[in-house]
Design a protein. Sequence first.
Length: 280
Amino acid sequence: MTSRFHIRPATPDDTAALAALYSAAGRGGLPAGRPVDPAALETLMQTGSAFVVAEAAAGDVAGAVRFHDDDGIAWFDLLVALVAGAGKALVRSVETGAQDRGVRLVRIDLPDGRLPAYFERRGYRTVSRAPGEGGGMQLVLEKRLPLLTVREQRRADAEAIGQLTGEDPWVYEQGARPGVFVAADGDRVVGVVSSRDGGGGLAQVTEPALLDAYLGRGLEAWMVERASTYAETNGYHTAELPITPRTDAVRKALEDRLWYRDSDRYIRRYRDLDPAPDDD
C-alpha cells in the first residue's frame, strides 16, 4: 500500500517546522518544559542526530522521528505525529531503513502508558524497565526484523516468481533454475532477477522485478550484482542489462559496480575478448 505521506530525511532547512511540530505536540524543550528552539534542533543535527519527517500532500510537516544505529541496533525516539497515519509511516520508514542497512533489531525508549500497547501490536516486546526521570516507568521495546537478502531461487518460490514476472510458475516448480535469484524479506519473495545465456559468452541480466513497496530501496542494484556475480563465475566475458526507468534510477550504483551505460543497455565486462587471429 502506498503511503499518503512523503517520507524523507530532515535537513537544517526543516528546523523551524520541526520546532513548531514538537512544540505543538507538547514536546517543548526536548523532552519537555519550554518551546523548542530551532537552533537546538540544528545543533542536534550537527552532532549526529538524524531525523526523518513525514510531509502531507500540501508539503506541511505532519510528523517526525529521530533515529540512530548503535552496535547493530537501530534506536528511535522523539516520535511525533499531528496527522493520523503519519506516525505509522514514520515507524515503518525507520524499520525499512534499518533493514536496508542490514540491521536486524530496532528499539524504542518510551514511558509506560498507552504507546507500549500500540508497539506490541506491531511486533515489539518489552526488554527492560527502569524508573523514569519524571516518575513512572521507562520502557525499552524491541522488534526483530526479517532478514532482507538476495538468494538463489527455490522450488517454493515458484508462485511468487510467476506473479512478479508473468511467467508460467510450472517451470520454477521443477526446482532451482541456474541464474535465477529472488529478493526475500524473511520468507516472503518480493523480487526476482535472472542471468540468462545470450550466446557467445554473453550473459543477459533481466530488469529486476520488485513489488512496489520495495522499489527505490537499493535492492535493484543489489539484485543486478548478484546476477552479475553468477555470470562472472560461470565463465561469461560480458553481461548486458536493459536500460529502463527502473535500471536508470540506480545508474550511479551500477556505475560504482563497473557497469557502463551504452546507447540502449548497460554493459559489464569481466575480461577482454580474445583478439582475432592475424591474417596470413
